[in-house]
Write a protein that binds this ligand. Sequence first.
Ligand SMILES: [Mn+2]
Length: 260
Amino acid sequence: MKLIKIPLNAGALSKKKGIEKGPDVIHSKIENFYLKENGVLPFFSVDEVKIDNLNIEKSNLAISKKIQELDIPAIIIGGDHSLTYSSFKEFSKKHKNPGLIIFDAHLDCENNFSPPTHEDFLRVLIEEKHLKPENVAHIGLRNFHSNEIEYAKKSKLKLFDMREITRDGLHDVADAFTAVARTFDAVYVSIDIDVLDPSFAPGTGYIEPGGLTTRQLIYFIQRLKNLKNIELWDLVEVNPSKDISELTITTAAKLLVEMA
Ligand SMILES: [Mn+2]
């Protein structure tokens, strides 16, 4: 599997300081895991997008160019979640009916700023018509503004929030979002580490209690790995400078191994 490091910090907001170190430190933890849980040896070839964190437009162009050139499935390690804007936008040009599966505590539909921040990227992808709203499945929501949830409902995004996961169970929710994913000709999976409960992944910008366990997220990833149409993954918002006992970076490396 190709692993693309994108050390984007998107303007060095105080909450984000240190996030640009995520790709390297997560990569350094991969060797802790000998095999995938199915017994297969994970293999990674590593690539990197050169990011200028003082120039967002230039960085977005560099991300676009890398995705344009990509001809095999890959995993992106971030970096700020706004990188999904540039990478999905490019991804959508290559496919007839692309879909986006998002794991995130948040909706990221706050505003329609251009270029979007990590709080807006999903809404901007939809409003700029790079993504059909019905082609979004969003898993793990638990903190949102009222304008975002109104937008999500009006746009008919497929939401599987934490209450639903708890009520209906992992298997039913995984059945539902994998059935949705099968209808797309190519799937992009974006994982914000804050979908995990902060007790499992404290090293991130926004602490959101009441999230998934690491085991639950691994189950969802393993279910997605059964699909044949996943072309691109990203794992974003890991901030090593906010980590405790390397828990978040080690967990992120484990997730990458299961995605491979
Ligand atoms: Mn988030």
